[in-house]
Design a protein around this ligand. Structure first.
Ligand code: DAH
Length: 345
């Protein structure tokens, strides 16, 4: 009997040693699973030894050997768990390594470094306009896009219910009292704001976004850009206005372009005109409005019409950019398609 047990314990030790070695060296979790099954599975080596328990007739020896088998099972299970967590770490690292995307290669490729962002067409045109007018001695001012009825209409010589208000399809802000706050329909309200703030003489341009209740089409957008000009000084005449428009036209479009003024009506100027520019091929484009600042507008700006006079003008920047770059449809400028926008340097 004693020899039975000792041969069984020797077999058990061999099984345990073999199993532990197999676990330790298992190269993958699958290999580990197979090693574990071989040791502890239903038909595994330990099960076979367990089955031989019944053959041990001595109760003490049987209990002792049973305990040996139990601790062998525990040792093998612990070794397997330890190896599994090691292998899982290794395998996870390998997977992360495989899935890793090396973007430095992309960033360092010459084609990527050459692909630089650009200013939007309208920004480019605005900056060019600013340069031209700064060259003519003008300063740049800005005003709010959400504007009061007073600045957008009333101070510009359009009291409530004035029919000329319908020249602008206005977007109203839901405010109290109703109709008192608008999205500015033009940059002209900034004229009033700077007259109130800056002591004359004033030579200023005021670029910015404006809003109208319009359906987008090739030549209209509900949100677009204008640039306003205002000159206030002593003895300013209509000839100064015409000369400034001409100087700007040639500086912006080129010396083969010229400008003309046509009589028109705006409530905030008297007399008023629209100005067109002539392309080298002899065709004309309508660009904007202008005129001599109306006395009521000077007064709304806090200036004495007896002492000061001036002219103003305003036109759409988007249309100028469209013209300058031969863009067919204004909507293309706002579709944010870089294949389109990237063409304009
Ligand atoms: N604010 C006018 C518009 O949006 C354009 C304009 C006309 C501006 C005459 C002026 C001006 O300063 O004098 O249609």
């Amino acid at each position: 009997m004693a020899s039975d047990t000792s041969s069984s314990s020797a077999a058990l030790s061999a099984v345990v040693a073999g199993a532990l070695a197999a676990m330790k060296s298992a190269p993958t979790t699958d290999a580990l699973k197979a090693a574990l099954a071989q040791a502890l599975g239903k038909k595994g080596e330990l099960s076979i030894l367990k089955a031989s328990l019944g053959k041990i007739t001595d109760a003490d020896e049987r209990r002792e050997f049973g305990q040996l088998i139990n601790s062998a099972t525990e040792a093998i299970t612990a070794a397997s768990n330890e190896r599994r967590s090691e292998l899982e770490n290794v395998e996870r690292d390998a997977q992360i390594g495989r899935e890793r995307l090396d973007i430095t290669e992309l960033l360092l490729a010459p084609s990527a470094t050459q692909r630089q962002g650009r200013m939007h067409l309208v920004t480019q045109s605005t900056e060019r306009l600013e340069d031209v007018f700064i060259g003519l001695g003008f300063q740049i001012a800005e005003g709010p896009e959400v504007e009061s009825d007073f600045y957008n209409f009333e101070a510009l010589n359009m009291p409530p219910s004035h029919p000329a208000r319908s020249m602008w399809d206005t977007l109203f802000i839901d405010a109290d009292p109703q109709g008192s706050v608008v999205l500015r329909t033009h940059t002209s309200p900034v004229q009033i704001r700077i007259m109130q703030e800056w002591p004359p003489p004033i030579y200023a341009i005021m670029p910015g976004r404006v809003f109208r209740r319009d359906t987008p089409d090739a030549t209209h957008m509900p949100v677009f850009h204008q640039i306003e000009g205002l000159v206030i000084d002593k003895n300013i005449t209509f000839a100064d206005l015409a000369g400034t428009i001409e100087a700007f036209t040639q500086a912006f479009f080129g010396s083969d372009f010229t400008s003309r003024l046509r009589p028109s009506y705006f409530p905030f100027t008297e007399p008023s005109a629209e100005f067109d520019i002539r392309r080298p091929d002899g065709t004309w484009i309508e660009l904007g409005g202008c005129g001599m600042v109306h006395p009521s507008v000077l007064q709304a700006g806090g200036l004495d019409p007896q002492e000061w006079s001036g002219f103003a003008f305003g036109f759409g920047i988007d249309r100028m950019a469209k013209e300058r770059h031969g863009v067919g449809d204004l909507r293309d400028m706002y579709s944010n398609d870089v294949r389109f926008l990237g063409q304009f340097t």
